[in-house]
Design a protein around this ligand. Structure first.
Ligand code: PAN
Ligand code: ZN
Length: 187
């Protein structure tokens, strides 16, 4: 009755993607220490897992219009006062937008223009976050549980991580006196 040229399943309760073609990558603190304000002095070990990403690239990813689908599991925790976060990137092609849909947990999506203007949107299950292709994006887990979100973006979007590695985002998400606050990059 159904044909299945693309065989993958997504479990909405756990955020786990399954299938023959599921790729996986992960990032540890050792790979991202320099992005945290107090990363260099943090006593957390280098192998502390910050997040993992599963994704699928169905069909012919290099074909015009092809889409990628992925799910990120961002662990709870802080480096000093700064919450665990994804590296963050601009898409290499600024016309390539993206959707983030939080599945579980809670956090903040930082968005930034090339000019450095930065703002935050809440990440909660049920929200549909549309990311303009010209805006850098970074997820931050401000809760006590993993922040799980799925994403869909064009296969040819490409990743510019270097700009973020050099300049960071204009805002940091930190814990201050028991509250989650946005701080200027240098604070
Ligand atoms: C997401 C991100 C994922 C990990 O799939 O790649 O959440 O974040 P970093 O790529 O910044 O490490 C996405 O935005 N894709 O375009
Ligand atoms: Zn992206």
């Amino acid at each position: 009755m159904f044909s299945a040229p693309f065989a993958a399943t997504f479990d909405w309760s756990s955020g786990v993607l399954r299938g023959d073609t599921v790729h996986r990558s992960s990032k540890t603190l050792g790979q991202m220490r320099g992005l945290f304000r107090h990363g260099a002095t943090s006593a957390l070990p280098d192998d502390t897992l910050l997040y993992s990403v599963q994704w699928v690239a169905p069909g012919t990813p290099q074909a015009a219009g092809a889409l990628l689908f992925g799910c990120t599991h961002l662990e709870p925790g802080r480096v000093g006062d700064e919450y665990f976060m994804t590296h963050g990137h601009f898409h290499a092609l600024s016309s390539r937008a993206e959707f983030y849909l939080p599945v579980s947990g809670s956090g903040v999506l930082l968005l930034m223009t090339r000019g450095g203007e930065t703002w935050a949107e809440e990440m909660l299950p049920g929200k549909v976050l549309h990311i303009d292709g010209a805006h850098a994006h970074r997820a931050v887990n401000t809760g006590a549980e993993p922040l799980v979100f799925w994403a869909c973006w064009p296969a040819d979007a490409g990743y510019d991580y270097a700009t973020i590695a050099e300049r960071g985002f204009g805002l940091r998400v930190v814990e201050h006196k028991g509250r989650t606050v946005l701080a200027d990059q240098q604070q």
